[in-house]
Design a protein around this ligand. Structure first.
Ligand code: FAD
Length: 396
């Protein structure tokens, strides 16, 4: 196990000071003592001096996890919390995270214990954030674009007009003429939403985070307490890793297998209301899905499942028989009845470490990532405020 700094050869801290380090591709290893040591003294090497080289009132924030939730949260914190330094620490970065496998369509997934209006707000904030990117010159680099299409149902759903209908664009019920394309389906919704090609988006986020002066470190964390006292606040965005890091048995894998194919003539998305069959056209490929296998940890593609996905998608869009360059992808969704977005104060031996948890986004993390990151950032601001507020003097 080792830690490496990812990024440009030249970067800046929020205090404006510049520092240099060799790029990861040169294989430079920094602070190899991280392998075995914990705490502030573990930062006594080059990396340690970088992290210490800061004004006294700078709060050091570590974000654990570099999926869409961790990177978005790191970016929000660096934009919105004054006088703090942000370090993203993760054992995997793009293209090796679950977020890289996501189809990346913005259609919300319902979370059991979170008020519907909160979920809608997260979705709206994410939609607005990605919409702004989609209509900027950054759209191609960030892999974000509008996509129109249909969500179709074999029986009429309880809610014909979902709660998020006024967030997406041009929501309406499908016409009879449109439904004729899908003889097995009796009802449908037509709308325009956003599609996020997640590998491109994660790279784009990484670049923005580095440009803001934050650090990205490759390292596996065994226990959040390892980060004390080198960091003042820890944000846990480790997805499925929270089973260990937060000791949370409520989080478990929901395996998803998809195909990425070349079929540039497919322009509309088609999603079966069950969420199990979908066709999402993107910039470089069309994503065909999918599966939702609870408790399954296997990351190996299953050929039988791939054949089933292709056959179900071809039934909805027969032109896909001509799709080529088929790639199989598997990801483990961080399944939990609800997202955990809350503060926790870890205390050991009289030392304290404020932690903000932001994990458990299951099947819908891309759809709510920015709203969820904004809320986590508000919680981090509260922790920072507490740290900057001097403890009342004893009257004794
Ligand atoms: C097939 C599939 C299709 C999907 N399609 C969509 C979709 O269309 N729309 C949508 O909204 N959502 C979709 N999702 C869901 C979405 O992918 C997830 O909700 C989202 O990626 C979760 O992001 P995350 O950052 O929490 O987790 P991850 O991407 O898993 O990131 C977790 C990070 O934590 C790091 N980590 C974990 N443990 C440790 C540790 N001990 N030490 C250091 N680092 C650690 C990991 O390396 C990783 O970087 C899909 C998922 C799958 C699998």
């Amino acid at each position: 196990m080792e830690s490496k700094i990812r990024g440009n050869a030249l970067n800046k801290f929020p205090n404006g000071k510049q520092f240099c380090f060799a790029s990861e591709s040169q294989g430079t290893r920094l602070a190899s003592h991280w392998k075995t040591r914990v705490g502030a003294r573990a930062f006594s090497g080059d990396e340690g001096s970088l992290l210490r080289d800061r004004p006294m009132d700078t709060v050091r924030v570590a974000v654990v996890g570099a999926g869409v939730i961790g990177l978005a949260t790191a970016m929000c914190i660096s934009q919105q919390v004054p006088r703090c330094s942000v370090t993203v620490i993760s054992d995997k970065f793009t293209p090796d995270t679950t977020s890289d496998v996501a189809a990346g369509i913005l259609i919300p997934h319902a979370y059991q214990d979170i008020p519907v209006q909160t979920q809608k707000q997260w979705f709206r904030e994410t939609f607005d954030h990605l919409s702004a990117i989609a209509r900027s010159p950054e759209a191609v680099d960030a892999g974000v674009h509008l996509v129109s299409g249909w969500q179709i149902f074999q029986s009429v759903p309880t809610r014909e007009v979902p709660v998020w209908a006024d967030v997406v664009l041009g929501f309406r019920k499908m016409t009879e003429a449109e439904l004729k394309r899908f003889p097995q389906h009796v009802f449908g919704q037509a709308f325009t939403t956003l599609k996020c090609e997640t590998s491109a988006y994660l790279s784009w986020l990484e670049n923005r985070i580095k440009a803001s002066g934050s650090l990205l470190l490759t390292r596996r964390i065994e226990d959040l307490w390892e980060l004390q006292p080198a960091f003042d606040v820890v944000v846990n965005c480790s997805g499925l890793g929270s089973r260990q890091l937060a000791g949370d048995p409520a989080i478990s894998p929901v395996r998803g297998q998809v195909l990425q194919v070349r079929a540039p003539w497919v322009k509309h998305f088609i999603r079966d209301g069950s969420g199990l069959t979908y066709i999402y056209p993107g910039v470089s490929h069309v994503t065909l899905g999918g599966t939702r296998q609870e408790g399954d940890w296997s990351l190996s593609p299953d050929a039988e499942i791939s054949r089933g996905i292709l056959s179900r998608c071809c039934a909805l869009e027969p032109s896909l028989h001509r799709a080529c360059d088929i790639k199989e992808k598997v990801g483990l969704r961080p399944g939990r009845p609800s997202v955990r977005l809350q503060k926790e104060l870890l205390v050991r031996g009289g030392q304290r470490l404020p932690v903000v948890h932001n994990y458990g986004h299951g099947s819908g993390g891309v759809s709510v990532h920015w709203g969820s990151a904004l809320e986590a950032t508000r919680l981090v601001s509260e922790c920072v405020q507490d740290l900057r507020t001097p403890a009342p003097a004893s009257k004794l």
